[in-house]
Design a protein around this ligand. Structure first.
Ligand SMILES: Nc1ncnc2c1ncn2[C@@H]1O[C@H](COP(=O)(O)OP(=O)(O)OP(=O)(O)O)[C@@H](O)[C@H]1O
Ligand SMILES: [Mg+2]
Length: 247
C-alpha cells in the first residue's frame, strides 16, 4: 500500500457554547476565575477522537444526520478550522468546494472570479488562463460569465465553483453537498467528471445526503453519528446502517 494522503489521528473539535451571564456582571467579576472556568467548560464537542486515513485516489464519502460533524471534518481538512486535539496529516494540495460563492467576489464577473479563485487555489495566472475556456465551457452559464456574480442563481454559482476546482489540477478535492443545488443534468456531469479523476489518482472526500450519489461515486464511506464514526466500509453496508439508524 502507498502512503496515505490524509491521516486523521484522534481528532477532536470543540466549539464554544454561548450563554448568558447569570447572577449579574458583579457576581461574574467577583468570582472571575471560577466564572471563566465555567465558561470554558461549556463547550460542545462536534468531533470525538475521529481517526481515519485515505489512500491516494480514494473517493471517501462522509454521511450522517444533520449536525453529525461532516462539514466540521471537511473544514479541518481545508484548514479553515483547527483541531482542538489530535493530529491531521495532509499530503497534497487541497481544493475545497465547501460553500456557495466560496473564494468569489460578488462584484467581479464570472470570468474575473475564475482567475481570482485559481490564484487562491495556488495556480499561476498563466495556468488559469490556459484552462479558462474549458472552465467556462463546463460551467455552461452562457453570457452570464461576463456579469458580476451577485447576479447568479445558486445553481449558477455551484456550476462556476465546481468547474473551477475541477479544472485546476486538484489533488485532494473536498465537496460539501453544494452540488445538490445544481440541476440533474449538471449533477450528472459533475459526477462523471469526478469519476474521470480515477485515472489521475485524485483523492475525493464527498459529503452528501443523496445516497445514490454516494453509492455511485465513493469506494468507501464513513457514517458519523454525533461526532463519532459509527461504521466505515463499502458504500452499500454503510448506507444501510445509516438508513437503519433509530429516529
Ligand atoms: N461555528 C460553529 N460554532 C459552534 N458550533 C458549531 C459551529 N459549526 C458547527 N457547529 C456544531 O457542530 C456540530 C456539527 O456541525 P457540522 O456542521 O459539522 O454538521 P454536519 O454533519 O455538516 O451537518 P449538516 O448535515 O446539517 O450539514 C453541530 O452540532 C453544530 O451545531
Ligand atoms: Mg454540513
Amino acid at each position: 500500500m502507498s502512503e496515505p494522503v490524509i491521516v486523521f489521528d484522534k481528532v477532536s473539535k470543540y466549539y464554544p457554547m454561548y450563554h448568558h451571564i447569570t447572577g449579574g456582571i458583579k457576581q461574574f467579576i467577583f468570582h472571575l476565575p471560577s466564572a471563566i472556568k465555567s465558561f470554558r467548560s461549556t463547550r460542545f464537542q462536534a468531533l470525538q477522537e475521529l481517526s481515519f486515513s485515505i489512500q491516494p485516489g480514494e473517493r471517501l464519502g462522509i454521511i450522517g444526520r444533520n449536525g453529525s460533524g461532516k462539514s466540521t471534518t471537511l473544514g479541518l481538512l481545508a484548514r479553515v478550522l483547527k483541531p482542538s486535539s489530535g493530529r491531521i496529516t495532509l499530503r497534497g494540495r487541497v481544493s475545497p468546494f465547501l460553500e456557495l460563492g466560496m473564494g468569489f467576489h460578488a462584484e467581479l464577473t464570472g470570468r474575473e472570479n475564475i482567475l481570482l479563485n485559481g490564484i487562491i487555489l495556488g495556480m499561476t495566472r498563466k495556468e488559469v488562463r490556459k484552462r479558462m475556456d474549458a472552465i467556462i465551457e463546463f460551467a455552461e452559464i452562457g453570457e452570464f460569465i461576463e456579469q458580476p456574480i451577485r447576479m447568479y442563481s445558486s445553481g449558477m454559482l455551484a456550476r462556476l465553483g465546481f468547474s473551477v476546482v475541477a479544472h485546476l489540477n486538484p489533488e485532494i478535492l473536498l465537496i460539501d453537498e453544494i452540488l445538490a443545488v445544481g440541476d440533474a443534468v449538471f449533477q450528472k456531469k459533475c459526477q462523471d467528471k469526478m469519476l474521470s479523476f480515477r485515472q489521475k489518482n485524485v483523492t475525493i472526500v464527498f459529503v452528501s445526503h443523496a445516497m445514490s450519489d454516494v453509492r455511485t461515486l465513493c469506494n468507501r464511506v464513513i457514517l458519523l453519528d454525533r461526532g463519532k464514526p459509527l461504521i466505515t466500509g463499502a458504500p452499500d453496508a454503510v448506507i444501510k446502517a445509516y438508513e437503519g439508524l433509530p429516529a
